[in-house]
Design a protein around this ligand. Structure first.
Ligand code: FES
Ligand code: FES
Length: 149
């Protein structure tokens, strides 16, 4: 049994310590906004924040998340107010199929926390999440808009 704190709420779940955090979030906690893509820390679809750090949860054991604050896409808005990246994503119609987008948003939120006014080079370096629909230009525009919001 491990205790995970997800979006401010504690969950005691019965999983092996080496279970990927992604599965605990989706199957045990029941939050399915975080997606499974590659399973090998390459695509970013599974990105959540662990103590504020963007983390690819498919390759992160639950045992390493115990005692830490986990934030998923469901917890990015605060008190019903969308995060500025969420507002910018809507304004720029970023998602196509949407599958990669929760991971993109979590990565972008961390980027803006660390670099409030990122350059294109910063975005290129930081946003390594893959989008099969090719929404990269809209993502870039939305990040700049959120930075200036
Ligand atoms: S599913 Fe985790 S990085 Fe691809
Ligand atoms: S919006 Fe379809 S994979 Fe990114």
């Amino acid at each position: 049994m491990v205790r995970l704190t997800v979006n401010g709420k504690a969950h005691d779940i019965d999983v092996e310590p080496n279970t990927p955090l992604l599965w605990a979030i989706r199957e045990n906690v029941g939050l399915t906004g975080t997606k499974y893509g590659c399973g090998v820390a390459q695509c970013g679809a599974c990105t959540v924040h662990v103590d504020g750090v963007a983390t690819r949860s498919c390759s992160f054991p639950v045992s390493d998340a115990v005692g830490k604050q986990i934030t998923t896409i469901e917890g990015l808005a605060q008190s019903g107010v969308l995060h500025k990246v969420q507002k910018a994503w809507l304004d720029h119609d970023v998602p196509q199929c949407g599958y990669c987008q929760s991971g993109q948003l979590m990565a972008a939120a961390e980027l803006l926390k660390n670099k409030p006014k990122p350059t294109d080079a910063d975005i290129n370096e930081y946003m390594t999440n893959i989008c099969r629909c090719g929404t990269f230009q809209q993502i870039r525009a939305a990040i700049h808009a959120a930075a200036n919001a």
